[in-house]
Design a protein around this ligand. Sequence first.
Ligand code: BG6
Length: 487
Amino acid sequence: MFKKISRRDLAGLLGLSALGLAAPAGAQRSAAKPGTYVPASFPKDFLWGTATSSYQVEGAVDEDGRGPSIWDTFAHAEGNIEDRSNGDIACDHYHRYKDDVGLIRDLGAKAYRFSIAWPRVFPDGIGTPNPKGLDFYDRLIDELLKTGIEPYATLYHWDLPQALQERVGGWLSSETSRAFADYAGHVVARLGDRVRSFFTVNECGRFVPFGYGLGIDAPGLKLPQAEVNQARHHVALAHGLAVQAIRAHGRAGTRVGVAENITSCVPAIDTEANIEATRVATRELNAGFLNVILTGAYTEGFLRYAGATAPKFTAEELKIIATPTDFLGLNIYAPGHYITASDRPPGFDVLPFPSAFPHMSSDWLRIAPETMYWAPRLAAEIWNVDAIYISENGTSSIDRRAGDGQVYDLDRVMFLRNYLGQLQRAIADGVPVKGYFLWSLMDNFEWIYGYGKRFGVYWVDFETQARTPKLSAFFYRDVIARNAIGA
Ligand code: BG6
C-alpha cells in the first residue's frame, strides 16, 4: 500500500519545494508506476461543508413574529418568478431542520453555512427585536453542535426587511447600513457563544446590480448607475460597520469575513503577461466592492470610469469599510471574463465568449473549472489574504428521478470533480483555501427560477418534502471521507 501524499509533499520529494516551485501538473503520474496512482489529498484540517440561505429553504414566513422581506413582496408580485412560486414553504427547513442536520451528517460534512433572516430578528428592520426572532437559530445551532457540525452564519443573504425598503429605500440609504450593524451586534451577542464564524453579506455583486439596476431581483428597481453605485457603497459600509459591531459584541476568537461572488478573471492562456494582466483585471473589475473593503480605497480606474456616477463617500467611511476581517469568502461558479494582456490602458483585454461555450443547465453557469484555481489564487495575491473559504460552489441541473427512484446527476458529479480538482491545484500551489461549502445541501427556492432549477445534492420532492440523496451526494461523501478526489 502507498501512503497518501499531497502534491505539496510530492513537490518536496521531487526537490522542487526547495526552489519554491510546486510540482507540475501530471508529475504524480510520471513519478508513479502504472497502476500505482495515488490521489492527492486535501490538507488534513480542510473544512468540508455545505450551504443554504434563509429565504431559499426555511419557509415559515409568517411564524414566530417574522416580518416580511423584500423577497416575499417580490416573489408574490405577478411575473417576477418563472414558475410563479415563492418561498412561503420552500424546503420547510424551519420545521425539518433536525432531519436536515442529519443529511449534513450523512455526507460527513463538518460545517454548515446557513443565513439568518433579518426580518425574523427585527421585523421592522430596526427598533425592538422580536423576542422569538433567534429561537429557531438557537435550536438549529444546538442541533449542529450536538452532531459535530460547525455553524457558519451569514447575516445577510438578500432578505432585507420590507419595512426598510419602504421607509428609507433599502440600500439606497446609509440608514440601512447602520441598521444592519445594530442587527449584526444583536445576533452576535446572542449566538456568539456557539457560532465562531460569521459572514456579513452574501454577494453584493449580485443583489445590488440585479436588484437596483436591472430590476430582476428584489426589490426590482431599475435605477440609474449613480444610484446603483451608491447602493453598493452602502453595502460596503454596512459590512464595515457590522465587522466593528461584531468585534464589539462578539467573544474573543469570533471570526468574520464577507462572502462575495468575485468577478473572476481567468488568463485565456497561462502566459506570464496574461497572468499579470488578469491580476490587474481582477483588481479593477472588483474595485467597487472587494477592492475597497480589502484596501480602503476606490481605485483611480474605477473612479475615472464611473465619472459622475461614482459613489459619494467620506474618508471616514472608507476607513470603516476596510475594518480588518479574518477571512475572505468567495462564491465561485462561472468564469467572469477570460483575459489577455494589452499594450493599451488599462493593460488588459476582455475576450468575448464564443456562442458555443459550454454551460450547465443555467445559461449563466459556464463551465470553467480553472476559475476555481485562478480566483482564489489572484485574490490571495492581490489583497494579501491568508484565509479563504469557498463559500459557495455547485451547479444547477435538470435532475430527474430514474425508474428506481434514484437521481443520477452525472453532470453535477462531472462539474464538482473538475472544480475540486482545480481547487486542489490551487492549494498545492500554496493558495490559502481553508474550506469549501457546496451549494447546495438540497434543492430549494432558486430566486427568479423558482423551483425550476435544482442545485442540491439532495433531491427535494416539494409535494411531500421527502429528501433523497442524488449520486452527487454519494460522490461528495466519498471525497470528504477520503479527503481526496477518487481512489
Ligand atoms: C448564488 C447565490 O448566486 O448562486 C445563491 O448566493 C443562489 O443564493 C445560487 O442560489 C444560484 O443562483 P441562481 O440565480 O441560479 O438561483
